[in-house]
Design a protein around this ligand. Structure first.
Ligand SMILES: [Zn+2]
Length: 75
């Protein structure tokens, strides 16, 4: 009689798998997301972050520009 724990049984049942980065569901390891909606979710989130990064860049360059003008006028 082989004694396998429920954990081993789950391992056998699921095989190699990873978890969806959006909802945390177990899924096949060759997939990046468990479903199309999670993929869309991830893409829209990434887009938002990119937009945020761009705005921060613009603010930084704007501040540098203001500083530059300020120094030019003072000096
Ligand atoms: Zn998911």
């Amino acid at each position: 009689m082989s004694q396998s724990s429920w954990k081993d049984q789950i391992k056998k049942k699921w095989g190699p798998h990873s978890h969806c980065p959006i909802c945390g569901k177990a899924m096949l390891s060759d997939k990046q997301f468990c479903s199309q909606s999670c993929k869309d979710n991830y893409i829209s989130r990434e887009k938002k972050q990119k937009k945020k990064g761009r705005i921060q860049m613009i603010i930084l360059f704007g501040m540098m520009g203001v500083m530059f003008i300020f120094i030019m006028f003072i000096g």
